[in-house]
Design a protein around this ligand. Structure first.
Ligand code: EPU
Length: 438
């Protein structure tokens, strides 16, 4: 059943929330367990929908997944094939099936990818993934219901160069190359902290991976990997989302578990806009120190740049800054759809096709609306909102929490893909809302 939130805005969020393992690491770490010959244990696992989807997909393939107190045990002793229709039914709108391909080809010689979804942000193609897998010797066959992969001659090391430092395609190479026969050289790799944490996991399993400067990763294939024990890195996107919520509502939130080293670029931006920070071993306090917020120029980019997933919550805070801010989105071609609802709530955000910035961008001359000009401060008023995607949706929640009046927000189950127990956290922060339909 679809659930809705009725949010009475205008209350500064104040208190403490805890972030656990990163949504963009945990599912991949679960997939890595498939590569081991013995069971793995992953700690600090959040209760989010994406974890449930991967649990279901792994179970379908014979992996025994147990859960106790945020700790997953994953036993890949009996990996087997699964029916295509079952994979399709359990994948939901997740893009994870594409990352199961390399490990499944190693384990059972075949894999299946149903037509993929994920958040509706641009086309989100999988061409890099398919090219990567072909380089390793996979045979790719298009079926009516999806894509079937096989590896009649096994998988071998390869020289791969990505056209863009894609997070998923880099993970694809790592998960495939570690057990491929021979050496792999990856050029143009993404180097996000979640990727480094995945590399740490693979190293614990016995993989030999060298990260060089200039986005080059070298992998020496090994015939066997064992299970791992690992504590997932914290979710730096969720941490930044709560930081932006503190700023937009004039509040004060301590995010327990947030780690400075993963968030340096966000913290710099937060400070430049005028937000207050206390950085400790246990977490980070984000607060509005009073007075005016400063307008900013922000360009999203691959790591170590400003993450595309930090952009949407921050835009809500920028509607409250005094002056004109500019956001140039260079990772996804179509990630400003969420601003329509903010404008209905009183924000002044204009979208442009031009690159309003200096980060080299693939979208400039191609008719994509990928730059935003935000004029503030604009008081926000309540509205009816249907959540479009995970991060845009969280930004709508923040706007509703900051707005004057009662907002009615539908489609909130999308938020559960990446924000653990978010309604409990909102209650703990003093938000005023009612939830129905659960
Ligand atoms: N791209 C292609 N072809 C491909 C793959 C990617 O053209 O085969 C393009 C994409 O369209 C995009 C760019 O490359 O323009 C970067 O995409 P990337 O592959 O890096 O993204 P991803 O791996 O699919 C992950 C996160 C996203 C996050 C991006 C960028 C997960 C599950 N998802 O996606 O997270 O925005 O990296 O950091 O790790 C989110 O958490 O809400 C989310 C969307």
């Amino acid at each position: 059943m679809s659930s809705a939130l009725h949010i009475t805005g205008g209350v500064p969020l104040s208190g403490q929330v805890t972030v656990r393992g990163a949504k963009n690491l945990v599912p991949k770490a679960m997939v890595a367990a498939l590569l081991g010959s013995t069971p793995s244990v992953l700690a600090n696992v959040p209760e989010i929908k994406d974890v449930q989807v991967v649990t279901n997909l792994l179970s379908l393939h014979g992996v025994e997944v147990g859960r106790e107190d945020g700790r997953l045990s994953l036993d890949p002793s009996n990996v087997t094939t699964a029916r295509h229709a079952d994979i399709d039914a359990h994948a939901g709108d997740s893009r994870i099936p594409i990352l199961l391909c390399g490990p499944l080809l190693h384990a059972i010689g075949e894999a299946f990818i149903p037509d993929l979804g994920g958040c509706k942000i641009g086309d989100r193609p999988i061409n890099y993934h398919l090219d990567v897998l072909r380089h390793f010797g996979a045979r790719v066959e298009k079926l009516e219901s999806g894509i079937r992969m096989s590896a009649p001659h096994g998988l071998h090391g390869a020289k791969v160069e990505l056209p863009y430092p894609s997070v998923g395609a880099t993970e694809q190479v790592l998960l495939t190359a570690t057990r491929a026969n021979g050496h792999t050289e990856l050029r143009g790799a993404a180097t996000e902290p979640e990727i480094m944490d995945l590399i740490a996991i693979l190293q614990k399993m016995g993989a030999i991976i060298t990260v060089q400067t200039d986005r080059v990763i070298r992998i020496e294939g090994v015939p066997e990997l064992t299970g791992y024990r690992h504590r997932a890195m914290p979710d730096r996107i969720e941490a930044a989302s709560w930081g932006s919520a503190a700023l937009a509502t004039g509040g004060d939130i301590f995010v327990a578990g947030a780690r400075q080293a993963d968030m340096m670029t966000f913290l710099n931006t937060f400070r430049k806009i005028g937000g207050g920070l206390d950085i400790t071993e246990d977490g980070i306090r984000f607060y509005h120190p009073g007075g005016d917020l400063n307008p900013l120029i922000v360009e999203t980019d691959v790591h170590p740049g400003f993450m595309t997933d930090w952009q949407q919550p921050l835009v809500v805070a920028l509607t409250q800054a005094k002056g004109v801010s500019i956001v140039h989105e260079t990772v996804y071609e179509n990630r400003f759809g969420f601003t329509g609802a903010l404008n209905r709530m009183g924000a002044t955000i204009q979208l442009h096709r031009e690159c309003l910035g200096s980060v080299p961008c693939r979208f400039g001359q191609r008719n994509f609306v990928h730059s935003a000009v935000i004029s503030g401060p604009t008081p926000l008023r309540a509205a009816e909102i249907n959540i479009p995607d995970l991060r845009g949706g969280f930004s709508h929640l923040i706007a509703a929490l900051a707005a004057d009046g009662v907002s009615h927000v539908t489609g909130v189950e999308l938020i559960k893909r990446g924000y653990e127990h978010f309604t409990d956290k909102l209650t703990g922060l003093g938000a005023s809302f009612e939830l129905d339909g659960e």
